[in-house]
Design a protein around this ligand. Structure first.
Ligand code: BEZ
Length: 217
């Protein structure tokens, strides 16, 4: 390969590390990651404007914008399309489906953010971003990453559930089991020493074994 066109390796985001900073043009003006300090952010990508699955997703993201706002979570979309295309698509969604898209959409024409966040899966497409969801907390830390292929629309219930689980984990220092929903019992973190393991069963938790204890919040 010509050394001039060898791609520069990019260190992709990891859970628990600061999310990559960005300064971008959006349908609501310029935005930087640092603008969201103090608020949680869901940064998500879609393959392209004016495509059917993406349209269903945008309608669904618009529906969960208010419950996310109640949880101090902002939405920010992204694709490798121009601001004009985004504006035209958002207007079409409003006209044809009666849904207002309330969140900004990044016009990532130079793929800067898509590359920094690893949103492009070259075996799927080199010109479109896959369906990625990045949950970034109020301190700018990457907390969760979800990747879906071009052909599968995302599940908004799961995105809300994930936010609830992350915020509950932070507030109560617990973990959440499979299929957890707010109001369900939570998992008490397993003991880290043999002494803790000995006393675990007598601490008033609902324990099936020394390593498997649940409690109500
Ligand atoms: C869609 O949004 O409908 C779509 C986009 C890219 C590939 C396949 C479907």
């Amino acid at each position: 390969m010509d050394p001039d066109i060898t791609p520069t390796p990019v260190r992709l985001p990891r859970i628990g590390e600061p999310a990559p900073e960005f300064h971008v043009e959006t349908t609501h003006g310029t935005r930087s990651l640092s603008d969201y300090s103090g608020s949680w952010l869901i940064l998500f990508s879609h393959p392209a404007d004016f495509t059917p699955v993406c349209t269903t997703e945008f309608i669904a993201f618009a529906e969960i914008a208010p419950p996310l706002q109640q949880r101090n979570v902002a939405l920010l979309g992204l694709s490798i399309d121009s601001t004009y295309s985004h504006i035209a698509w958002v207007r079409t969604i409003e006209e044809k489906f009666g849904v207002t898209v309330p969140f900004p959409i990044i016009a990532d024409l130079n793929k800067e953010v898509a590359t920094a966040y690893g949103m492009i899966m070259p075996t799927e497409s080199t010109t479109e971003t896959s369906r990625c969801v990045f949950v970034i907390d109020d301190k700018g830390i990457m907390r969760s990453m979800i990747y879906y292929p071009l052909t599968t629309g995302r599940n908004m219930d799961e995105i809300l559930r994930l936010v609830d689980a992350l915020q509950t984990t932070d507030e109560h220092k617990v973990a959440t089991p499979a299929n957890w929903r707010p109001g369900d019992k939570v998992i008490v973190p397993p003991p880290k020493t043999t002494d803790d393991a000995k006393v675990r069963m007598e601490q008033g938790f609902e324990c099936t074994d020394w390593f498997f204890c649940k409690k109500d919040l």
